[in-house]
Design a binder for this molecule. Structure first.
Ligand SMILES: C[S@@+](CC[C@H](N)C(=O)[O-])C[C@H]1O[C@@H](n2cnc3c(N)ncnc32)[C@H](O)[C@@H]1O
Length: 286
């Protein structure tokens, strides 16, 4: 992969666009619902014979999903001490995460260690010295420099019976179609687009066992087709990873992208245009 000049860490406008997207989509609701259904069994397998549990979140953003995972872990094992390490380079999103922890009564007993840095710097710094029972990389593995090496590293720091969970856009679904079809969306400042098949290929190369699940969800993009809509513009910025959809592309390219989104990435229901945001969740065991 070519060297990148732009940081992938969500700071400033990237953090704002991401938060806007979260407010206007059901992604977190779908992810949390899926985890609530699948994690209790995973936690029981992972915690057998243990007297404490160590969790690592990488690229956790504002921590909305992390807080739900930790609360779920706590309610599954009310007497086991839990620690949380968080690797996230965005100072802004980490401030939101810390505020969320402060106001979540049930998390006050969990000691948090904040690593304000990229995954690459964490890998160099920690050098495999600390190990974890549960590691999650949720919607962030697009941004790591070396996919296979990152997975290899995080798998290598799992404790006995530990689990590594990766959530990423599913190959062949809308996000994948949009990013693989629209060459204009990729430049040498944007990381090469990845989806679930890339993760599975790395796992196969490493000879690791995994289970893959789907997390279906859609979000309403009807307003993307109204050039005067602020919501529509905000969502288009997130979908195309640009600070301003209308200033970033020529009218022809904008029209091609909108046509692709409408015809190949969405369905229409009750007068609404719904973007198919199906995710893949991959469980990898120690
Ligand atoms: C799409 S957000 C996902 C945040 C969170 N996991 C969630 O699902 O809400 C991607 C996150 O990865 C972080 N990130 C980007 N590049 C990273 C890297 N190289 N190492 C660690 N985190 C990174 C960003 O700052 C951002 O918070």
């Amino acid at each position: 992969m070519e060297a990148r000049t732009k940081s992938t860490i969500f700071e400033g406008s990237a953090a704002r666009v991401f938060q806007f997207y979260l407010q206007n989509s059901d992604e977190h609701t779908a992810v949390v619902r899926f985890l609530e259904d699948h994690l209790p069994a995973e936690f029981k397998r992972m915690a057998a014979d243990k007297n404490e549990l160590a969790v690592l979140g990488v690229g956790s953003g504002g921590g909305e999903v992390d807080v739900q995972i930790l609360s779920l872990l706590q309610s599954t094992f009310s007497t086991l001490p839990i620690t949380a390490d968080i690797v996230e380079g965005s100072v802004e999103l980490l401030a939101n995460f810390k505020a969320l922890v402060r106001k979540t009564e049930s998390l006050q007993k969990i000691p948090f260690t904040w690593h304000v840095m990229s995954s690459e710097d964490y890998i160099k710094q920690i050098n495999g010295l600390k190990t974890y029972d549960f590691i999650h990389l949720i919607q962030m593995i697009y941004y790591v420099d070396d996919l296979t090496e990152s997975i290899k590293f995080y798998h290598s720091i799992l404790k006995k019976n530990g689990s590594l969970v990766i959530i990423i856009e599913k190959t062949g679904r809308s996000w994948d179609t949009l990013w693989r079809t629209s060459e204009e969306l990729e430049d040498n400042e944007t990381p090469r687009y990845r989806s679930s098949e890339d993760v599975l290929a790395s796992l196969k190369t490493l000879g690791l066992k995994y289970e893959e699940y789907s997390i279906p969800n859609t979000f309403d993009i009807t307003e993307c087709f109204d050039p005067n809509s602020t919501i529509g513009q905000g969502l288009l910025c997130y979908l195309t990873s640009t600070p301003d959809f209308y200033k970033s592309f020529t009218p022809q390219i904008r029209s091609d992208i909108l046509k692709l989104i409408r015809s190949k990435c969405s369905t229409e229901k009750d007068g609404k245009i719904l973007f198919d945001n199906c995710l893949s969740c991959v469980f990898v065991h120690a």
